[in-house]
Design a protein around this ligand. Structure first.
Ligand code: GUN
Ligand code: FE
Length: 450
């Protein structure tokens, strides 16, 4: 039976669309018409030459068509594959210590405050709103060890309309801020409760993700429990790996029986095709091969890697190993809550590696555009639902106005769409993001109630 009798068209846009595919880092589609159905899915994407017959076929009125302005285009929503919602309160500060000291000095004391639900609710509202305004339609969040506050983050993402994976952080080892940890049993049990309660809410676009903080925060017993929980419930998994040299050294000392940092996660059943690991600056080629074989992905967090002097990830080498990779802000190790910033820092890192060794082939802006959109969706195993403009996928999109009246760019000539996109990626900000859609629903500008 045809869907056309039950599905109605909720939005029709006409103009220029820019997205990525498996084959093309950037595909620009000019003079097209895209229809979104009442379930938020892309119903059609066709030439704009014959809107009349499209309107007859799909039953929309010519007056329903949203004609984009000359300097506007529509692109897929940005995907933040790694962000600590709980660290948003101190983003832009505390960037003067390397990872392990940074965690002990700044991060753990702040995260321990999320026991207080009103404190948590205030920050979580702000970070979800800020990232949505910045065009993040999908976010993969770390919360804190507190189950109820983590559930609150899920509720807020749902209410504001962001697609999100939400992780209650697990840690049963912490020698510096000793009150900010759980027992092994608490961590496993609370993870089960978190998953069950979040799934029971039946939020359409918010899901739980199993979140061992990293090897140095978790006992082997806890890692094993979490691997089992993820496997038995077919859940996503996130953690950190090979971010900083000192961290890698300590992992080696504590787990001498394992071949590598990657091997620790692998042997605890934590590397699956639904796993995303942040950083990976110091992964060997052999470890990247394990990522490839298991289908695990990397969240590249260049602002954080530079801000707390962790390292430079060679994204070209990751791509050559055919490992899935997306971009992450890693707030607050990264100071910016914008994936546009992550795009720029990715280019900077790539160019720095080229300066160091001209044989490191610099990433193109088109490739980085793909990392920020389709690559992120693939890294989070959400690409069957989102990531680009394919009929049947959810419409997660940004309506960009490159020359917004109050924006940061000026018209100096006739710019083709590819140049407009490049300008937006390098110079744009939230003033250029006129509207944001998640699963066909306009989530920015916010509803008055938000
Ligand atoms: N490794 C373990 N925890 C963290 C964290 O909160 N931020 C970063 N950047 N790395 C980590
Ligand atoms: Fe992180």
């Amino acid at each position: 039976p045809s869907n056309e009798t039950t599905v109605s068209i909720a939005h029709v846009f006409k103009g220029t669309f820019a997205h990525s595919t498996q084959d093309a880092a950037l595909e620009i589609l000019e003079n097209r018409v895209l229809g979104v159905d009442n379930n938020g899915k892309i119903a059609f994407l066709e030439s704009g030459k014959d809107v009349v017959s499209l309107s007859e076929k799909w039953g929309f009125k010519a007056s329903d068509v949203r004609q984009l302005e000359p300097h506007e285009f529509i692109m897929p929503g940005l995907v933040d594959t790694h962000i600590h919602a709980s660290q948003y309160s101190y983003s832009g500060t505390a960037l003067d210590l390397p990872l392990l000291q940074w965690l002990n000095t700044y991060t753990f004391p702040v995260e321990s405050q999320y026991k207080d639900l009103s404190f948590a609710g205030n920050v979580y509202n702000k970070v979800v709103k800020r990232t949505l305004r910045n065009g993040t339609t999908t976010a993969c969040y770390f919360a804190t060890i507190h189950t109820d506050a983590s559930l609150l983050l899920g509720e807020i993402a749902d209410r504001l309309g962001q697609r999100a994976l939400v992780g209650k952080v697990c840690m049963d080892c912490n020698n510096s801020v000793s009150h900010y940890k759980e027992t092994t049993e608490e961590s496993s049990e609370e993870t089960r409760r978190f998953i069950q309660e979040l799934l029971n809410k039946k939020y359409p676009h918010v899901r739980p993700i199993v979140t061992p903080r990293f090897v140095l925060s978790c006992s082997s017993a806890l890692l094993r429990d979490l691997g089992d929980i993820a496997k038995n419930n077919d859940l996503h998994i996130q953690s950190h790996i090979s971010e900083n040299k000192e961290e890698c050294e300590v992992v080696k000392q504590l787990f001498p029986e394992f071949k590598s940092y990657t091997d620790v996660y692998l042997k605890h059943n934590l590397l699956t095709n639904k796993t995303v690991m942040a950083h990976g600056c110091y992964l060997s080629d052999a470890e990247l091969q394990v990522f490839r074989e298991t289908g695990a992905s990397i969240a590249h967090c260049p602002n954080s890697n530079i801000s707390i002097c962790s390292g430079l990830l060679n994204v070209r080498n990751v791509l050559n190993h055919k490992v899935k990779i997306g971009l992450g802000t890693d707030v607050a190790g990264g100071y910016s809550p914008s994936i546009l910033d992550a795009i720029r820092r990715t280019m900077d890192t790539s160019k720095t590696l080229t300066i160091q060794n001209p044989r490191n082939q610099t990433l193109t802006f088109e490739e980085v555009f793909r990392l920020a959109t389709l690559g992120g969706s693939q890294a989070l195993s959400l690409d069957a639902e989102t990531g680009n403009f394919v009929v049947g996928k959810d419409f997660d999109a940004l309506l960009v106005n490159v020359f917004a009246p109050d924006g940061p760019m000026d018209i100096c000539g006739l710019e083709p769409p590819k140049v407009l996109l490049e300008k937006f990626l390098n110079l744009g900000d939230d003033r250029n993001i006129k509207e944001v859609y998640v699963a066909g629903k306009r989530v920015v500008p916010f509803a008055d109630s938000a």
